[in-house]
Every structure is written in structure tokens, then in C-alpha cells.
Design a protein around this ligand. Structure first.
Ligand SMILES: [Zn+2]
Length: 181
């Protein structure tokens, strides 16, 4: 991390921004619903039973679109990309996706890295019982990081998961890089 002091994400509470009115739960401008990890595991299993080859791409793509859309709602933060990205990652953490932090952010490349533990996808992948061999499984998460940063930077980036708790690594580590042209 080249000795650079990493700024902390600004402190705020996602829970304080949740509002329930007449059966509609909202977080800022978006309606949200609570989904148990068992429900997500069922979704994973149903897709696996019908089209196992699409899982990796479908969940990445779904995350990517969500990341893009979330960034659109945070447009006013775009003038400070690192702060905006940290805010987004903090929101991801507080939304219960898992414990994660930005470990580096270099706007000049651009490149960012993240390190997470107890992420919901790698946790529920064990119970979903669909993967026959060790692998990285946090496709929705890496899609979200890539989609968010692509819009934020106005440049297509991709996110790869280099290590994953699901395959026995100490943590899930992600790297976000420009899309190869
Ligand atoms: Zn992982």
C-alpha cells in the first residue's frame, strides 16, 4: 500500500436511513426487501439446476447492474472517487453482505483492492451444495464493485476475486482493474 495512510470511510448508520411505511421499506430513494440467505441459496440452486454454466456470469452481471445503479444515485459524490467508493463499500458492509474493507485505491491506474471475510455468498455457497470443487464464489459482490467503479470513473473496469474463503483461503481478496482493450 506504498505507505499511504488510508482514509476511513465516513461514519454513518444505514439502519437510521431505513424507513417503513405501509408495508414499504425504503433506503433513501430505493425500496428494499429483506431476503434471507436461505432464499438466496434457493435462487442459486434453482439457477444451477436449470443453467449451471451461467451462474458465474449471471450473478456478476446482476451485481454489476446494481453497482451501476447505486452509483447513479450517488452522483453528487463523484468529485471525490475514493471517498465515494469507500462510502459504497461501507454501505455494502452495513447492508449485511459481509465484513469488508478497501485495502488500496489508486486513481491513477486505476486500481483498487478489497479484503473481506464472512461474505454472504461464500458463506451460503457451503449450504447451497452446488459447487463440486474449491473456487472463488463471490460473483455478485465482485460485479457490484466493478459496476460501481465503472460508472464512478467513467471507464470500464473488471473485478476478479483472487482468494476466497470458500476454497479455504484466509480471506476473500478482490482486485479491480481497467478492462483490457
Ligand atoms: Zn470469496
Amino acid at each position: 500500500m506504498a505507505g499511504k495512510e488510508m482514509p476511513r470511510a465516513e461514519s454513518y448508520s444505514l439502519m437510521e436511513n431505513l424507513k417503513l411505511k405501509e408495508g414499504t421499506l425504503t433506503l433513501g430513494p430505493s425500496r428494499v426487501v429483506l431476503m434471507t440467505d436461505q432464499a438466496y441459496a434457493f435462487l442459486l440452486r434453482v439457477i444451477h439446476e436449470n443453467a449451471p454454466h451461467v451462474i458465474k456470469y449471471a450473478f456478476y452481471d446482476m451485481g454489476y447492474r446494481v453497482g451501476e445503479q447505486l452509483m447513479e444515485t450517488l452522483k453528487e459524490r463523484a468529485q471525490d472517487p475514493e471517498k465515494a467508493f469507500r462510502y459504497f463499500v461501507e454501505t455494502y458492509r452495513q447492508a449485511g453482505y459481509g465484513n469488508i474493507e478497501v485495502t488500496s485505491f489508486d486513481l491513477s491506474k486505476p486500481e483498487a483492492t478489497l479484503r473481506g471475510s464472512n461474505l454472504f455468498e461464500s458463506r451460503l455457497a457451503r449450504g447451497a451444495d452446488i459447487y463440486r470443487s474449491p473456487r472463488s464464489v463471490d460473483h455478485y459482490s465482485r460485479g457490484m464493485f466493478a459496476g460501481f467503479l465503472s460508472v464512478l470513473l467513467g471507464k470500464e473496469v473488471v473485478c476478479e476475486e483472487m482468494t476466497c474463503e470458500f476454497r479455504g483461503d484466509e480471506a476473500c481478496e478482490f482486485v479491480i482493474l481497467p478492462f483490457a482493450e
